[in-house]
Design a protein. Sequence first.
Length: 516
Amino acid sequence: MDSQPVGSEIAISVVESGEQPWVACFQAGSSIDGNDIVIDDATGGAWYVLNGAPNGLPDAENSRVLFAQLTTSGTISGVVNVQIFEEGAGSQSLYKRYEFSGTGVYTAEGEGGGTGGNACGCTDESASNYDPAAEYDDGSCDYDVPGCTDASACNYNSSATTDDGSCLENDECGVCGGDGIADGACDCDGNALDALGECGGSCTSDANQNGICDDQESFGCTDASACNYNSSATTDDGSCLENDECGVCGGDGIADGACDCDGNALDALGECGGSCTSDVNENGICDDQESFGCTDDAACNYDSNATTDDGSCDFSSCLGCQDVLACNYDPTATVDNGSCEYPTSIFDCCGACLNDADQDGTCDEFEVSGCTDSSACNYSNAATDDDGSCTYPTTGYDCNGNCLFDDDGDQICDQDEVTGCQDDSACNFDASATDAGYCDYADSGYDCNGNCLNDADEDGTCDEFEVAGCTDSSACNYSNAATDDDGSCTYAPQAMTATATALWTQTAIRFATKTK
């Protein structure tokens, strides 16, 4: 604003230190009118209108707001901290900081052209765009999820926000072969173990270099057309049989490989006509039909197709929390170990409020209504949610109604003083005056409008100034100073006047004759 408030506009509110008064420096006639201004103590200075005040809105032409207009023979410098209510809403505040020195164009810090840090930004250290210089969180935080972002890749991760270079072709993941290296029972979802590491595997040995760790190998007939085809076998051991060699035990006197007379695995001891060449562990299964793996169904890596336990059983990697509602839910866990952790009733697993209607970071359950403006008289340090109850002192007064400035100590604030004539006998007497001013008095004998106080004959000359005498200019005793005829005029007799004139004339003639 650049004038006194009018209409629905409201008066400016100010904050100033008792040790560093500055408002009166701009008030003509004050004791510090025109003084230098220094504002650098803890109180500082504020000049503002509340949100909703029409004289706080930007101008319609270019949406600008006037900070101040100063005229000085010196140098102005300092910092202006601005609070802006977006759309006039108290819950949507912007804070800007302008540092200035001398004339020039200054931009809010962090917006180019200014100095110092960025007052607003991402304040969450876990975010990818965390700004250590930000003082206020503006909701701009981004959180990176590394992974494959190529939807055509076999290991595409729909949750990933940043590509970490891990994308694989279909022949490298999930599909065996392709690049000439089988990935066995491993795919990019972490199933089984990949010997060559495309999916994160770490084999210690892969003797036949088929991409399957030796301790994950399963031997048997891998020919799907054979009667003894073993779908679990990873390496063919040459045991495949024709249909006429398998299905009926004995029959043609040729061992039926992977079956016995009851349809069970090959009988090594020959009760059903089997003819193993070797059964080292004497478990009734020919060595070339053995399938090695973990045979303990309580283990994480139990293999139902394994015929011989190879000591690889893992009882820990599959343990974890299986409750999808828990904060530490482990989708890879197959055995729940009772480690599930849950958030408190009002927070989510990240510690964020479940209910925060005004999105101020304080959960609705913990909100305390009150005045949150520290410049208000009823400011509450405990309040987290402004309820619009803030009250402010009248301009020039503190919250207790005391004057901020009263130079003459008359209990009337300087800004409310009315200078005027306090003498009720004066023509310019002002009944509202609180400070003595110039008094104007009527001339003696007159009222304030220049009219006579006493004029008995109503001739326009005050009685006090009347001069008695003859006012007839034809009278012998006419007085030019007389204003009030007192009946004293005297006149020469008419006849005598004529004779005297004649005598004078004759005398004059005779005198003239004698002279000649």
